[in-house]
Design a protein around this ligand. Structure first.
Ligand code: PHE
Length: 377
């Protein structure tokens, strides 16, 4: 008799435990970032911020009514084919309900069609090429796009720095770089400026002396470089060695602590457009800067800020969808209005691009980035 009662009690206890486990639902979110390879600092910052965002939500018990967030994190090694492989794994094996990343345009363009076809919503924090979201209605981004970014620097260079002659250097394998240089050029010429040289280079190039020698002969006021921090740092050093002492100007690809680590005094004075400044006194921005610094011991760069915003945009859409269903999440995402991000307020236009301000930053002697101005769209 006693034995029977103990047995029954045990069974009830086990059942209770099982149902408690079932109640702890999990929402699987895929993350594909450039954590190794030639733009590794971009992905590392984005992963840090994504983890922070997920931990904050999970500390409150997860997404209300839907479940705890489980991140499935993949490294695409800064490579387009690896990005597509990671999407296939996340969608068909892990069965994630949404994907964050990659951070660069070429890699997002390579993977995007897989998610579009499978009906899995994607948010890229920082892929700025206009074609990225044209892949389809499941692809969103948390950043402005390059026609705007190119114009902002063209106006600043022509009107405020009074530059008349600028040389342009695009990296030819990058959709981002090719587009951005084109947008800069069109706008700079419209403002009466002259593009005095256009010297291309390719990913992995280490020696830029041929291009820089030609550029030097055209006597430019600045060189607009379309690429990421590694290339920019090397080009800067070699330009100085050749006696070219004008600043390099460019876009968000300049943003990495490595720019100064590699480029040192050769990158001081460079101007670039970016998504956010850690000096922005907005309370939402400052709260994030403080929390990120406390957790990682670093000032968050734009990749961290936008990685954080992209993650929270997705979590917010899952909450509003009320279920871990990719189509419902997509529809909720499309209706995002005035989402208060650390990089500004986010409302998507009909092409799933937020309309947001850009900032202009200048590299200082100590490697910090001075906030110069904010430009509204
Ligand atoms: N905008 C770049 C691209 O589209 C990526 C990037 C974003 C780089 C932000 C640095 C900072 O490829």
């Amino acid at each position: 008799m006693v034995k029977k009662a103990v047995g029954l009690f045990l069974i009830l206890f086990l059942l209770g435990g099982l149902s408690a486990l079932a109640a702890e639902k999990v929402v699987k979110v895929g993350v594909v970032y450039e954590q190794t390879g030639n733009v590794a600092t971009f992905g590392q910052s984005a992963v840090n911020a994504t983890k922070m965002a997920a931990e904050e939500i999970n500390a409150k018990g997860g997404i209300k009514g839907v479940g705890r967030i489980e991140l499935v994190i993949e490294d695409n090694k800064s490579d387009a084919a690896e990005s597509a492989n990671a999407y296939n794994k996340l969608i068909f094996k892990d069965k994630v309900v949404g994907i964050l990343g990659p951070v660069t345009s070429t890699n997002t363009l390579a993977a995007g069609p897989i998610a579009q076809q499978a009906g899995i919503p994607v948010i890229t924090p920082t892929s700025t090429n206009p074609r990225v979201t044209q892949v389809g209605d499941y692809i969103f981004r948390a950043c402005f796009i390059d026609p705007f970014q190119g114009r902002v620097m063209a106006v600043f260079a022509a009107k405020e720095l009074k530059f008349k002659r600028v040389a342009v250097m695009p990296e030819v394998t990058s959709d981002y770089a090719m587009g951005l240089c084109q947008f800069f050029k069109e706008n700079f010429e419209k403002l009466g400026g002259k593009v005095v040289a256009e010297e291309k280079f390719s990913t992995g190039d280490q020696d830029f002396s041929a291009q820089l020698t030609k550029i030097k002969a055209t006597n430019p006021d600045a060189i607009y470089v379309g690429s990421y921090y590694n290339d920019v740092a090397l080009i800067s050093r070699q330009a100085r060695q050749l006696g070219i002492n004008v600043p390099l100007i460019g876009g968000d690809g300049f943003d990495s602590p490595k720019l100064f680590e590699i480029g040192k005094e050769a990158v001081v004075g460079h101007y670039f457009t970016n998504h956010y400044s850690p000096d922005d006194q907005d309370p939402v921005t400052q709260k994030f800067v403080k929390a990120y610094k406390a957790k990682y011991g670093q000032t968050p760069d734009a990749l961290a800020a936008l990685g954080y915003d992209a993650a929270n945009l997705l979590f917010d859409a899952i909450r509003r969808a009320g279920k871990a269903d990719p189509k419902a999440i997509r529809d909720a995402l499309a209706k995002t209005k005035g989402f208060k991000g650390v990089s500004g307020s986010i409302t998507f236009d009909e092409n799933r691009n937020p309309v947001k301000a850009a900032v202009i930053l200048q590299v200082q002697k100590d490697g910090s980035q001075k906030f110069v101005k904010k430009v509204q769209p």
